[in-house]
Write a protein that binds this ligand. Structure first.
Ligand code: PBG
Length: 330
């Protein structure tokens, strides 16, 4: 009590007094099973190649990827999301390495599946940007615009070869209209009703994809603003959400995570399917860079961002720290 009257009448600080008290009342807990590790595998390299803008993350060889998958499974995380980086000379205007059963992503899916079986969900990025010579997420028409429907035909084939290679889950990330429905039909047509779709539902055109472009040796010039969403908008995320659910999405994703927690919370409130969020390369790079300079406490900052993403409504979180954090939590 102060000499000024009756305040404070209520004392919320009582519930913050000790670590065990805070732990008891915590509304949000991170668990290894919350996490999915995005991983890059590059064709034609003998040793893993560090990604300079993502300290601690590498382009894997087929062998080092298998090792990373085993470690991820042992740490108890739920899945690994694979991105393939083909040899530059194999990229072409239709993204042939994306539908070649011998393409790097497909062989890596098979490798990981053989290594970890069903202990870890094997997920694959379903998009053309890593395999196409101009780096856009779709094929171009005669005027040089991204051709939505021609791209869907390619996604359908990619879904089928990824499923044949052993993917448990495919992740269409190109933001073409109708992509979830077409992929669902394509999978069902080859009898792969069991393969789930993690839809990149709300994917924003973000500056924070920067380091990823290095990670996949992207050929992109220009931007993705005609297909990825404008950061100014949240309503269209609900529109994309309704469409993805109607088309058969099993799970939906918001991406990036940190700058879009409002969108994540709204999406999570609106659905009864599991919601994922992707803490992307730039979100990773910012914390690593600030920590390297000694400007933030790295481990606390990581846990704080992940807790925030889960608190906002994510059931699953894709993060490059997945294995490390899961180990810490065990
Ligand atoms: C597209 C794709 C991208 C990311 C995941 N899938 C790149 C983009 O849209 O430009 C970015 C992931 C990250 O930045 O960590 N295949």
């Amino acid at each position: 009590m102060t000499k000024y009257g009756s305040f404070p009448g209520t004392r919320p600080r009582r519930l913050r007094t000790t670590p065990v008290m805070r732990r008891m009342v915590a509304e949000t807990r991170l668990h290894p099973a919350d996490f999915i590790l995005p991983a890059f595998v590059r064709e034609g390299i003998a040793e893993p190649v560090p990604i300079s803008s993502m300290p601690g993350v590498v382009q894997h060889t087929r062998d080092s990827l298998k090792k990373a998958a085993v470690e991820a499974a042992e740490a108890g995380i739920s899945g690994i999301m694979l991105f393939g980086v083909p040899e530059e000379s194999k990229k072409d205007a239709v993204g042939t390495p994306g539908t070649d059963p011998e393409g790097i992503l497909q062989v890596a899916i098979g490798d990981v599946r053989a290594e970890v079986g069903d202990d870890l969900l094997v997920m694959s990025d379903l998009c053309l940007d890593e395999v196409i010579d101009h780096g856009h997420c779709g094929v171009l028409d005669a005027q040089g615009r991204v051709d939505n429907d021609a791209t869907l035909e390619r996604y359908a084939e990619m879904a089928q070869v990824q499923a044949d290679a052993g993917a448990h889950v495919v992740g269409p990330s190109g933001m073409m209209d109708g992509q979830i429905g077409v992929v669902r039909d394509a999978l069902d047509q080859i009898g792969r009703e069991d393969v789930a779709i993690l839809a990149y539902t709300a994917k924003y055109s973000s500056a924070f994809y920067g380091p990823f472009r290095e990670a996949v040796a992207s050929s992109l010039k220009g931007d993705r603003k005609t297909y990825q969403q404008d950061p100014a908008n949240w309503r269209e995320s609900l529109r994309e959400l309704a469409l993805d659910l109607e088309e058969g999405a099993d799970m939906v994703m918001v991406k990036p995570a940190g700058p879009y927690l409002d969108v994540l919370a709204r999406v999570a409130d609106a659905v009864d399917v599991p919601v994922a969020a992707y803490q992307i390369s730039g979100e990773y790079a910012m914390i690593e860079a600030a920590a390297e300079k000694g400007w933030v406490d790295r481990d606390r900052a990581i846990l704080e961002t992940l807790t925030g993403i889960k608190r906002a409504g994510a059931r699953s979180i894709l993060t490059y720290w997945a294995t490390e954090v899961a180990r810490q939590l065990r």
